[in-house]
Design a protein around this ligand. Sequence first.
Ligand SMILES: O=P(O)(O)OC[C@H]1O[C@H](O[C@H]2O[C@H](CO)[C@@H](O)[C@H](O)[C@H]2O)[C@H](O)[C@@H](O)[C@@H]1O
Ligand code: UDP
Length: 462
Amino acid sequence: MNRLVIVSNRVADLSSSAQAGGLAVGVGDALRQRGGVWLGWDGQTLKYEEPPEPRIRKIGPVTQATIPLTQQDYEEFYLGFSNSVLWPLFHYRLDLVDYKSDFLDGYRRVNGKFADALLTVLQPDDVIWIHDYHLIPLASELRQRGCTQRIGFFLHIPFPPPEIMAAVPKHRWLVESLLDFDVIGFQTNTDLGNLQHYVEDQLGYQMNGNRIKIDDREVIAGCFPIGIDVDAFNQMAQQGNEEVQIEMHRRRVLGRQQIIGVDRLDYTKGLPDRLRAFGRLLELFPELRKNVALMQIATPTREEVEAYVEIRKELEALSGAINGRFADFNWTPVRYMYGTVPRDALAALFRASQVGFVTPLRDGMNLVAKEYVAAQSIDNPGVLVLSKFAGAAEELREALIVNPYDSDDMARTLCHALTMPLGERQERQQALIDRIRKKDARWWLNTFMDALENNQYTPANC
Ligand SMILES: O=P(O)(O)OC[C@H]1O[C@H](O[C@H]2O[C@H](CO)[C@@H](O)[C@H](O)[C@H]2O)[C@H](O)[C@@H](O)[C@@H]1O
Ligand SMILES: O=c1ccn([C@@H]2O[C@H](COP(=O)(O)OP(=O)(O)O)[C@@H](O)[C@H]2O)c(=O)[nH]1
């Protein structure tokens, strides 16, 4: 077996259970199984350039190699081109794009920096797997430096239709760079279809089955929905957490139900619409008042990007307004927490909540949806209410699927979830758990590696 070298902007802290962000969680689960090297940014920003050699740290079977970025890199590459241009555009939010030409220079420069750092740790028989929108030009940079190993790429976020892609500055260059990889993986068939339209209509290549022929090379483009380690998450949920257990007991005594939402505080996650839908539930179904509460955990993220500052203010105002209108001396309808919660505590909270409320306006996958399912007990499972615009909705068809732009639809669906009979909850849970077991973290790693190492790919039936 070849040594696997993973590269992503963000690397997980493998020694801690607090991780915000599905990439760190998903790649961490996969790499712990197979072992290998994981190269990425160490989260530090420096005033001056450093030599390209990464800092090496061994954690179990994984060697972590990390590099710092300069303040200029951080502003132009991370906050700039990655998170003020590609992130909003790939999530269909043209209105939030904030582009400056320095951003593109920084994006190219930092991809070159990642290539230089990677070359210092690479061995001839390695296979390389690069992750996410920050590093689309990395295969080109590596090839220019003489790298001949097979290189795969996985996009964790959506790939937009050609009309939206056309708004990305230098979009042809960007997609041509993507085609320098040997394997390109997407979360959903919708994303894969969007790539196919772009390469056929804009670039004039043909995609036969899942292969794109470019001169004398063939690139595999496929759908590899990311999965989780289901048993490990279920165990965490059962072991629980003392404070969560006490709180669960208190709610049982009071006969109250809980709806839970857990997200980075990102405008893609549809949090204001979610809160409005909960307010509408209390308006439309007054009998539910005092019997149900929404717990929303919102994790800080990219706070230096203007659009993220706005969303925080909006959410705080909305939760205050709902509480001001409906709260009673012994009942608070919205419990809003701004912070990062360890994954084991999240697992216990999911198990203790009757509804998992996951309503992004657009999302690559959304691992929280899969984690909510993994945490349930089959004896008395909760119900997942899921946006049709989450990548997870392509697989999790037995969830209650909603339109996150329609608060009345969401309010009625919440009421349906809160009053669903046990038999129906169990049937849905069984079907959902079968699905997330079939395509778990191991499946994701193995199918991608089969394409990368053995040039084998059979489309998955999502
Ligand atoms: O690294 P940050 O800027 O702090 O952001 C956190 C991560 O957010 C995104 O996660 C995505 O990957 C998940 C797993 O595949 C997927 O379920 C989710 O829908 C995506 O939004 C981002 O893609 C990562 O690069 C970030 O590290
Ligand atoms: O306070 C938090 C918030 C989130 N997460 C984890 O971060 C991941 C979020 O991944 P998801 O795919 O749902 O969204 P992303 O943030 O990557 O867009 C999930 O594994 C969560 O359990 C966590 O550990 N603590």
